[in-house]
Design a protein around this ligand. Structure first.
Ligand SMILES: Nc1nc2c(ncn2[C@@H]2O[C@H](COP(=O)(O)OP(=O)(O)O)[C@@H](O)[C@H]2O)c(=O)[nH]1
Ligand SMILES: [Mg+2]
Length: 252
């Protein structure tokens, strides 16, 4: 069993990408299952095979602990780790080829508290990988935004300490900027683009950050994907296979 975690900022397209990955693996004759790890989500673009909401009830937390929605979400996120054994057992009982794990909308609750990284590192699987989703709309709006999101991607990498593939979502909505975004994958072009920024202080800071990320090989070119048209999905699943198979080879 291979596990694919999907992380990213709120609204970046994690849930839709989860549903499309499931669809892609099904279409290619694999048995994938979805695992929803967001206790606070109201509706999803797919029917989760395993759902943390069956173990953690946000409304019950609100009433029992006299908490508002934010407090309850924090508590719920902290409780995810305590449900690891039950969720793991449910996943194992389905015996899938792939489990695609959709993570909570509020990335800080999952990545920067203890529970999320604990869950990820203790979840048993042959191989594990994290997809970090750059919101295509936000990331493409300026070079500074692109670098800012690359920093969040780096934070996630440091917190989860596992193989990661960066994906830029909503490709279909940024078609007119595609050429520019692809050019940003060259560090020198991205650096040149920063010259156009109005705020020279931020531009200098972004340049320094870019140097630090590149020097430490933390700057990865995101794969551009549309969950609407499925364009880029072949590239993404090929990259996933490469990393997951590599894990298998290492284990031999
Ligand atoms: N056009 C387009 N919309 C997308 C794409 N991916 C996500 N969305 C939309 O962006 C919004 C947020 O997506 P969602 O998957 O719920 O984000 P999450 O909060 O990260 O799980 C929804 O309205 C999605 O339909 C995409 O590739 N193309
Ligand atoms: Mg979601």
């Amino acid at each position: 069993m291979e596990s694919i975690f999907v992380t990213g900022t709120a609204g970046s397209g994690k849930s839709l990408l989860t549903s499309k990955l499931i669809q892609w693996y099904k279409d290619n004759n694999f048995y994938p299952i979805s695992l929803n790890l967001d206790p606070g989500v109201l509706s999803l673009p797919y029917e989760p095979d395993v759902d943390v909401r069956n173990y953690i009830d946000i409304y019950k937390i609100m009433s029992e602990h006299d908490l508002g929605p934010n407090g309850a979400l924090i508590m719920a996120a902290d409780l995810i780790a305590t449900k690891l054994d039950e969720i793991q057992e449910e996943v194992f009982s389905l015996n899938p080829d792939f489990v695609v794990v959709d993570t909570p909308g509020q990335i800080e609750l999952f990545i920067f508290r203890a529970s999320g990284p604990y869950f990820v590192s203790n979840f048993e699987s042959d191989n594990k990988i994290n997809i970090f989703t750059f919101d295509g709309i936000l990331a493409s709006s300026s070079p500074i935004n692109y670098i800012s999101i690359a920093l969040i991607a780096t934070s996630v990498r440091l917190r989860l300490n596992m193989s990661q593939i960066d994906v830029m979502t909503k490709r279909d909505l940024v078609i007119d900027k595609l050429q520019e975004i692809v050019r940003w994958s060259s560090r020198s072009y991205l650096e040149d683009s920063l010259h156009g920024e109005k705020n020279s202080e931020y531009s200098l800071l972004s340049k320094d950050l870019l140097h630090a990320l590149s020097k430490n090989k933390l700057m990865q070119n995101p794969i551009l994907v549309s969950s609407l048209t499925m364009s880029g999905m072949v590239n993404l699943t090929a990259a996933l296979s490469r990393v997951l198979n590599l894990g298998e080879e290492k284990a031999d």
